[in-house]
Design a protein around this ligand. Structure first.
Ligand code: PEP
Length: 249
């Protein structure tokens, strides 16, 4: 049985005070049977780490550099994230890929840096609407995963999480139907199995894209959906905790 995860991606939102309030509200209401992660903006990590002390809620970052140090202005390195108390790092979010030019090679290198630094990547994959409509969903997802296998080897996901996030469902209010999501999750698990059978059963595959308290339970009930990566609904503790409860088992 895979322990579900619900991870909140706070994106570029909030002040230090509002991030702390949100973190404390989430930490104050433990949800059993699900691993809960919050991913604030990098400069709020230290503050949020203090707010989460003595709680089961874990801390994640929204991205990490491929390099551990050096002349890379604006980047944040994995050892720095670890010092701030992070256990997880989102890598390859579609906003990083589409708005900041992170290609498959860059995402694979960042993934490798996270693993090298002893943290756990949450590796995002997903197709655009155009790619879905032209029947290329599976090949796009496969190519995104393949870049990681090429760099990190067949056991790349032995200590990693995958998030399937159809780009057309992120922040749009349009959710993939539970059947649409399950179809891709099953494909992803099968593709991982082709590289490493044992690992495929263990790897947790999250769904992301307009998950909210009203649709979470139906999505999480699917066999290969092991929780969610949550954007908008992660910014209100009540909604986020309700999504966490929907994943709990
Ligand atoms: C995300 O950005 O990872 C995400 C899933 O956002 P939203 O839940 O707002 O669609």
């Amino acid at each position: 049985m895979r322990l579900p995860i619900v991870a909140g991606n706070w994106k570029l939102n909030g002040s230090r005070a509002s991030a702390s309030t949100l973190a404390r509200e989430i930490a104050a209401q433990p949800v059993a049977g699900v691993e809960v992660i919050v991913c604030p903006v990098a400069v709020h990590l230290d503050a949020v780490a203090r707010d989460l002390e003595n709680s089961a809620v874990k801390l994640g970052a929204q991205n990490a550099a491929a390099q551990d140090s050096g002349a890379f202005t604006g980047e944040v390195a994995v050892p720095m994230l670890a010092e701030s108390g992070c256990e997880y790092v989102i890598i390859g979010h579609s906003e990083r890929r589409s708005l900041f030019g992170e290609d498959e090679k860059s995402c694979a290198e960042r993934f490798a840096a996270v693993v090298r630094g002893g943290l756990i990547p949450i590796f995002c994959v997903g197709e655009s609407l155009e790619q879905r409509e032209s029947g290329n969903t599976m090949s796009v997802v496969q190519q995104q995963l393949q870049a990681v296998f090429d760099l990190s080897g067949a056991s790349a996901f032995s200590n990693a999480v995958i998030a399937y996030e159809p780009v057309w469902a992120i922040g749009t209010g349009k959710t993939a139907s539970p059947d649409q999501a399950q179809e891709v999750h099953q494909f992803i698990r099968g593709f991982v199995a082709g590289q490493d059978q044992a690992n495929a059963q263990a790897v947790r595959i999250l769904y992301g894209g307009s998950v909210n308290p009203g649709n979470a339970a139906e999505l999480f009930a699917k066999a290969d959906i092991d929780g969610g990566l949550i954007g908008g609904a992660a910014l209100k503790s009540e909604d986020f905790l309700s999504v966490c409860n929907a994943a709990s088992h």
